[in-house]
Design a protein around this ligand. Structure first.
Ligand code: PGA
Length: 249
């Protein structure tokens, strides 16, 4: 297995002081010494420029949590992919379930956003995942197929994406699917992506209540190439525990 990609999604958390404190936890050359994983940290927009230099010193990359579906113009309150690129981002999360639910983002919008991310020279991390209701009705694979087919750019061959499988019911709940369920979902995602022309250069992540206790087991599953971590990424000691689980791979 290649080095896992571990993404910290800070969501709407952290003051500037807390973010600085988080960064101060890591030794300057962490990336050079340990480098068991490729690490991407996604703070809020307003913190990007403040933490960018420090993250670089540690050996972490910078990512954003969302971007506009349009390139520029009269879109009050939105932030364009190009602005994120300017701020030093390499990755942008798009289609997170909290955006899909709270901001009514649908698959075509997510697709537009991922195209913007590509056009600006970054990699989109496209989130997909079923709700509890869809899962109970046995529709998990159907939902994943639909989201993959509609949320990703069509020319996947050139535009390799990172896909993050995040069952909506597992996000922030402390509930994690059985390992077999994660394995099956990832195998399905791999199959659909391959049928869409994806060439597998980027990892498929799992997200939803990842902790240092379950990270090792999840990372060991076939087709799991990394993790998208919310709550446990806010406390550096906890996040470090997750990175330590990646050292074995
Ligand atoms: P969680 O969030 O780790 O707190 O469950 C994951 C995510 O929403 O990306």
């Amino acid at each position: 297995m290649t080095r896992p990609l571990i993404v910290a999604n800070w969501k709407m958390n952290m003051t500037l002081e807390e973010a600085r404190g988080w960064c101060a936890f890591w030794p300057k050359d962490w990336g050079v010494k340990k480098r068991a994983a490729n690490v991407v940290v996604c703070p809020s927009f307003v913190q990007l420029l403040f933490v960018q230099g420090r993250l670089l010193e540690i050996g972490f990359e910078l990512g954003a949590q969302d971007c506009a579906a349009e390139a520029m113009g009269a879109h009050t309150g939105d932030v364009s992919a190009l602005m994120l690129k300017d701020a030093g981002c390499h990755y942008v999360i798009v289609g997170h379930s909290e955006r899909r639910t709270n901001h009514r983002e649908n698959d075509p919008m997510v697709c537009q956003k991922s195209i913007q991310v590509f056009s600006s020279g970054m990699t989109p991390i496209v989130c997909i995942g079923e709700t509890l209701d869809e899962r109970t009705k046995g529709k998990t694979h159907e939902v994943l197929t639909r989201q993959l087919t509609r949320s990703l750019p069509h020319d996947l061959k050139e535009k390799n994406v990172v896909v993050a499988y995040e069952p909506v019911w597992a996000i922030g709940t402390g509930k994690v699917p059985a390992m077999d369920e994660i394995k099956n979902a990832h195998a399905h995602i791999f199959e659909v992506l391959t049928s869409l022309g994806w060439e597998g250069a980027k990892p498929i992540l799992y997200g939803g209540s990842v902790t240092s206790d379950n990270a090792f087991e999840i990372l060991g599953l076939p087709f799991v190439g990394g993790l998208l971590v919310g709550g446990a990424s806010l406390i550096p000691e906890k996040f470090d525990g997750i990175l330590k689980a990646a050292e074995v791979f």
